[in-house]
Design a protein around this ligand. Sequence first.
Ligand code: ISJ
Ligand code: MG
Length: 462
Amino acid sequence: MIKGHPLKGAFIDFIHEINGSTLFSYVEKVDALDPVRFYEKGIKWYKGERFYFKDREGEMTLAGLGSVYTIQSGKTNRFADVEANWDALTKRAAVHNPYDVYGTGPVAFGGFSFDPEQQAGEEWSRFAPSFFYVPEIMLTVYEGETFVTVNVLCDGTNSLALFERIEERKRWIFDQNDKAMNEKAVLVELRSGDTDAWKNSIQSAIQSIKSDEELKKIVLARKITAVFDEAIVPDHVLRRLDEEQPDSFIFSIEAMDSCFLGASPERLVKKQSRTLMTTCLAGSTARGATEEEDRKLADALLNDDKNRIEHDYVVQMIRREMQSMCVSVTVPEEPIIMKVRDIQHLYTPVTGLADEFDSILRFVERLHPTPALGGLPAQKALNVIRELEPMDRGFYAAPVGWMDYRKNGEFAVAIRSGLIVQNEAFLYAGCGVVPDSNPDTELEETTMKLRPMLRAIGGGNE
Ligand SMILES: C=C(O[C@@H]1C=C(C(=O)O)C=C[C@H]1O)C(=O)O
Ligand SMILES: [Mg+2]
C-alpha cells in the first residue's frame, strides 16, 4: 500500500490477525475511465485473467483484472459447491466499502458450462463445469459513476509490498495514456460444418417431439469455425462488440490462452437486494431494410403461431420457477418485440420479489437451462441434445456473470458468442425446435444469429 494510504493501519492490523488465507478488499471512487480501455490496458500484467460484463440497459459495467482466488467445481453439485466456497471466502473477508454501490467490493466472475454431462470438447479444456475468479483490480461503472475495487488475498506471509505493487499497477492503468491496439488478424477460412447433417438433426428433433407426448421443445445448436492467419487479439473483438451491439449484454472471460466472449440480448437473472429480473426470449425474425419493413416483420412475428408457441414454453417454465422462489412475480400477458442490430425477438420481461438473503445462484440453478436454450421439459430435451448435437457447448448458452458478497449479481445467457483459442474462433448459434419447425428456416435463423460475432471478428457481413 502506498505511503499515507488511509487503509494502511487497517491493513497492518489485518495481516497480523489472520489465520489462513483471507481477503482484504477496498473500494475507491475514481475519475471516469472507459472500461474497455481498462480491460485492454490490463493485458500488461493480467493476460489470460481478465473479464468484462456490461448489462443491456447500459446501467452497469464491470471489468476485472487478475485472479487472486479461483473457484471451480466438478460435474455434480456445482451450484452448491460454488456457493459454499464463495461463502467461506467472503464471510471472513475484511471489506472496506464506504459506497455500498451495486457491483462494488468483492465479486466473483465466471459461469457454469451448459451441460456438464456433455462429452468434453478439447477447445473448452480451460473451462471447468463451473469456473469463477476474483479479480485483483476491478472497475465498476454504475449509473455513470466509476469505482475501483482492489482485492488482496493475504495468507499471513505477504507484506505491504503486495499492496504497493497493486497500487502501482492501478496508478499506471489510470494515468498512462498509451494508444489502443489495432492490428488485426486476417480470416483465411470459414468452416460451416455439415449443414445437411445439421438439418437432418432438426428433423430428428421434430420426430422426437412428435413421438413423445410430454416433450414439447428442443433447442439445437451448431458451431462454425473461423481460422485466421495469426493469433486473434480478443481485445479487438470485445471493443467491436461493445461498439456494434449497444443493446446487448457484452461479456468476455479469459481463461489462460482462451477467451470466451459475446453480445447476448438475453438476461438469465439479475438480483439486486430483493428484486429479481429475468427474461423470456424466444421466437425470432430478421430486421427490415426500411423502418416499414422492420415493423411488418415485427408484426408478423407477434402473430406467428410457431414462434408464439416456441416463446410460450419459455414463459410457462420461467413463471413456474419464479413463483416457487418469490413472494410475488409479475409476468406480462403478451410478449413485446426486442430489437438488436441483426435480429428481432419475442420478449417477455419477468420480475419478482424475494428474500434479500436468497442467493443469486439459487435462481441460476433453478432457471438454467430455460426452454429458450434447452427445451421443455429440460431433462428430456437435454437427453436429445446429447444424442443429436455432435459437439460440446462449453459455456455457450450457459450462465455467465458475476456475484457479490451479499448474494446479489447478474447472469446473462451466453448466446451470440464465441470461443477464441489462438488463431481459431468457434462460434455458436441455436434455435428452438417445435413440431412446426422447418429445417431450412431454422438454418437461416442460426445464420442470422451468427452474424454479430462474425462481424466482430472480421469475418464478413459488415
Ligand atoms: C439459441 C439461441 O437463441 C435463443 C433461441 C431463440 C429462438 O429460437 O428463436 C431466440 C432467442 C434465444 O433464446 C442462440 O442465439 O444461439
Ligand atoms: Mg426460433
